[in-house]
Design a protein around this ligand. Structure first.
Ligand code: C5P
Length: 221
């Protein structure tokens, strides 16, 4: 079974996806982490974030891999042998990832890798284009939304635990800018799949959202 969870930045996708994964015993793939890892790769190789050919060349020679996520923690992400779990979440990477993810050849390569990860597994995959492009035949598609103010508050609280001190109003502006870029790019922009179930998480707890998704998943299995 494939469960696709899409939605804008900081709508709670990965928190919810990890818990759903644990409840159902599936594997989990955070596709945002892969675009972030490609952005780290560009930075490490001193490439411009719009240098499609340059980033593709290093991406094809690199391996992005995951280790299982522990409850309440980010899923460990590796770029070759290097642990980039923290490096992919710095403000510089967060504020430039949308430029890298808009590059068609980078998307093509990462979508290929994502389909490979999904093949033959029960999987929860989260991102922006999972239900529309990566796994269009997913048995369950969820589109998670929340107000920009609430998403900024959640990101602020999460950042504090990581020692990132960006002010709340700046975070909201950055989230809105990233939503705009992700929704207006040419290739696979962020949109709700026609057959996705939309859940507004603004006034729901994590447990309530997880319960809704698990219930839907059990019905469709
Ligand atoms: O989910 P997260 O916020 O970590 O994603 C980081 C960025 O990666 C997004 O803002 C978007 O630009 C890109 N992304 C994407 N397609 C996906 C997942 C993420 O373009 N499936």
């Amino acid at each position: 079974m494939q469960i696709a969870i899409d939605g804008p930045a900081s709508a709670g996708k990965s928190t919810v996806a990890k818990r759903v994964t644990q409840k159902l015993g599936f594997i989990y793939c955070d596709t945002g982490a892969m675009y972030r890892a490609a952005t780290v790769l560009a930075k490490e190789h001193h490439l411009a974030y719009g240098d499609e050919a340059g980033i593709l060349a290093v991406l094809e020679k690199s391996k992005i891999s995951f280790k299982p996520a522990h409850p309440g923690e980010d899923q460990p992400v590796f770029l070759n042998q290097e642990d980039v779990t923290l490096a992919i979440r710095t403000p510089e990477i967060t504020n430039n990832v949308s430029q890298v993810s808009a590059l068609p050849k980078i998307r093509e390569e990462l979508v290929r890798q994502q389909r490979e990860i999904a093949s033959g597994h029960d999987i929860v995959m989260d991102g922006r284009d999972i239900g529309t492009t990566v796994l269009p035949a997913a048995e369950l598609k969820i589109f998670l939304v929340a107000s920009a103010a609430e998403r900024a508050r959640r990101r602020y609280a999460e950042n504090i635990t990581k020692g990132i001190m960006t002010p709340l109003d700046q975070l909201q502006t950055e989230i809105e800018q990233r939503d705009y870029k992700d929704s207006h790019r040419q290739v696979s922009p962020l949109t709700k799949a026609d057959d996705a179930v939309e859940i507004d998480t603004t006034s729901l707890t994590i447990a309530e959202v997880v319960e809704k998704i698990v219930t839907l998943a059990k019905k469709r299995k």
